[in-house]
Ligand binder design. Sequence first.
Ligand code: FAD
Length: 569
Amino acid sequence: MSDAFSTARDAFNAWRSDYPVDLYAADPHLDLVNDRYLDDDRLAGVREMGAAFGRTVVEDLGPLVESYQRHDPELEKYDGLGNRTEEIRFDPAYHEAGALVWASGLLRDAGTPGLSFEQATTFYLASLEGEMGHMCAATCTTGMTRVLRRSASDEIGETYLPSLTAVDYTEALRGSQFLTEVQGGSDVGSVASPAVDRGDGTWRISGEKWFCSIADADAFLVLARPEGAEPGTRGLGCFLIPRHIDSALNGFSIRRLKDKLGTVSMASAEIDFDDAVGYPIGDVSAGFKIMVTAMLNTSRWMNALGDAGIMRRAFLESSAYARHREAFGQRIADFPLVRRQIAQIKAEWLATLHSTWHLTALDEAVDLGTADAADTAFHRYLVNANKLTCSLAATQTVRESLEILGGNGAIETFSVLPRLLRDAVVYEQWEGTHNTLTAQVLRDLGRLDLTGAVIDRTATLLKGIADPELGRVASRALAGFEEIAFETRHSIDSPAHGAMHFRSTLERMVRAHQVALLLDAAEGGGPLAEELAAAAEFLTGRYLDTGYRAEQDPSFPSVVERLLGNDLD
Ligand SMILES: Cc1cc2nc3c(=O)[nH]c(=O)nc-3n(C[C@H](O)[C@H](O)[C@H](O)COP(=O)(O)OP(=O)(O)OC[C@H]3O[C@@H](n4cnc5c(N)ncnc54)[C@H](O)[C@@H]3O)c2cc1C
């Protein structure tokens, strides 16, 4: 055999073995964001938990996930005797993986307000595997836990919360959320499923739900319209529907499982309800508000955590590959185009990490009930705007990283990247499409008069950068941000025009906030300060400084090198 073959294959093996065993220790940027928001005791706890779970992800979760990706769940409507069961069969490894995710304490932590960073760290680490099959279930179960904590009667809370927050997967209750109907997902106000009051504390729910993820869940949170309620979102009630009542199926049947692009290990279905018993959660005329504030805002936060994990993995895969793969007699890491591309992947990952950890702080304060009016307003804005920007960036980043692997990037058995790409696209679609999030933020900014608060926060952060070198980048970002602020005000004053253009304005608004957070972190000093400052400068040139052309900036290569640090050495 030619030496060339074995040399190339050795390089592949070296690339694979570069994957860290301790995902937390290998990720000083993750530790830095935790350090920015947590006191010493809590940080020590997160480090310990992250080190243990990070190893589980690499040694156990990853191989399990890999083993069942080709085995789609199957619907078994009847058992062998012809009894209707509506069971979904999974590869046994799927449940083994679920047991690991649940044992991490991710769902236990959902039961107690004030543990959002613990949840964020676990979710991020698990997302490095692209195992959205269980992360979707964990998201919906966290959302249901919060809905019940905040709005359910004591009786419902006492019945369901202990199992929703169990760490033992075999005993745990997993939740799902069904809003979308065939006539509309974004337009939740079009929900037509009727709910009839039985007068005994229960309601009967009927209707067809078009997108039902975690179709094997033990309980579903469903939006339905009480008889005689007004049309639109205001007339909707939120109901908890158990899968079984006294071991019998509770008035539902699964039409079929969806054949999906991504998140394929998890079962998404079309489900019919026919007089299913439902328990009202909170005021039956406030179902939409309950669902948005506790459920959808949680999902949008967790969605971005997943994006950050996906992007971290994309960076790990492509940077290690570039260090080992050779072309034209040199490491591909030494080609300037490759260096620039990997620097961009890193900048996008860091930006998502910092804005999503900032959102985590707000999420925790809102969940604890300690957020003041300004924090509550900023949370309302950021949870939507950040989901939009980070999910778009995740897909783009995985695509860029897949490209670094060349043809091998397109091969399912070669790396995790094809799975990450498919899951990232699904992440873009669920929990609010880009356009609907944009429309909602624009509406919120005008209707709730949030513009000042949102704009001031980023501007204040940028103006507060005192270090002269960092301040130079902050000034450039601030100049771009003034244009963004102008466009935002114009969009609110001229809604017809704004509705057409606001999405790009909004994305740049999030970019400005990300740059401000990166500069603020850089100003804190430490070994990562140089990389953070370079990431801020890179993103400022890419998104905020409209007159900037990297092609005309002789210092651009040094920005790339400072951003990369020794990642490609
Ligand atoms: C794999 C998967 C799993 C899912 N699981 C669930 C689930 O468990 N529970 C659940 O309830 N839903 C679920 N969904 C549904 C998902 O939330 C919806 O698909 C999403 O909300 C969009 O709704 P839609 O598909 O009806 O698109 P539409 O609402 O028809 O939107 C079509 C297009 O029109 C645009 N649009 C709509 N309104 C506006 C507007 N006001 N301004 C500008 N543009 C607009 C949208 O951005 C989009 O580009 C899932 C989806 C997927 C892909």
